[in-house]
Design a binder for this molecule. Structure first.
Ligand code: FES
Ligand code: FES
Length: 170
């Protein structure tokens, strides 16, 4: 029996009728055509399916779509703003943090959530916290560089712009 689901996906309100056993990754890929969220293992091991649920990185292959009712889901397609790459996406490009790119959407989504959760990230933080995202190509070195660079760029973008010096009131 189909049940109804209402949630926000990449800032857009969405309602749908789904089977209760529909996984979030199936809903995103098959019903919303958001195919940037990849399926690597289907057993919560590889992180290729990582998306944000209310700002937290989760694996969409072990989350039922119905568990996301009333919540905000962001996928890799929702990161760019006004046609400009998210700073973390730009850092992956600039640091050559990808080869085949299969792991990249999940890696970027995990990295953005980590950078939000841990300002002032260190290399050790990145290596410890991204252990749920596997990459078969890069050897991780450039991914770690990219995450550190992207986190720094995110922090800089969130700083309020410097106020112009005002003339002394005297
Ligand atoms: Fe979800 Fe691998 S497909 S963790
Ligand atoms: Fe190929 Fe990571 S770039 S799996």
């Amino acid at each position: 029996m189909a049940i109804s689901l209402s949630l926000t996906v990449n800032g857009q309100p969405v309602t749908a009728e789904i089977e209760p056993h529909t996984l979030l990754v199936q809903f995103l890929r098959e019903q919303r055509r958001l195919t940037g969220t990849h399926v690597g293992c289907d057993t919560a091991q590889c992180g290729a399916c990582t998306v944000h649920l209310n700002g937290r990185a989760i694996k969409s292959c072990n989350t039922l779509a119905v568990q996301c009712d009333g919540m905000n889901v962001t996928t890799i397609e929702g990161l760019a703003a006004n046609g400009a790459m998210h700073p973390m996406q730009a850092a992956f490009r600039d640091c050559h943090g990808l080869q085949c790119g299969f792991c990249t959407p999940g890696m970027v989504m995990s990295a953005v959530a980590l950078a939000h959760a841990c300002p002032g990230l260190t290399e050790a933080d990145v290596r410890a916290n991204l252990d749920g995202n596997l990459c078969r190509c890069t050897g991780y070195h450039n991914i770690v560089k990219a995450v550190l660079q992207g986190a720094e760029a995110m922090q800089a973008a969130e700083q309020p712009a410097a106020q112009p010096a005002t003339a002394s009131a005297a």
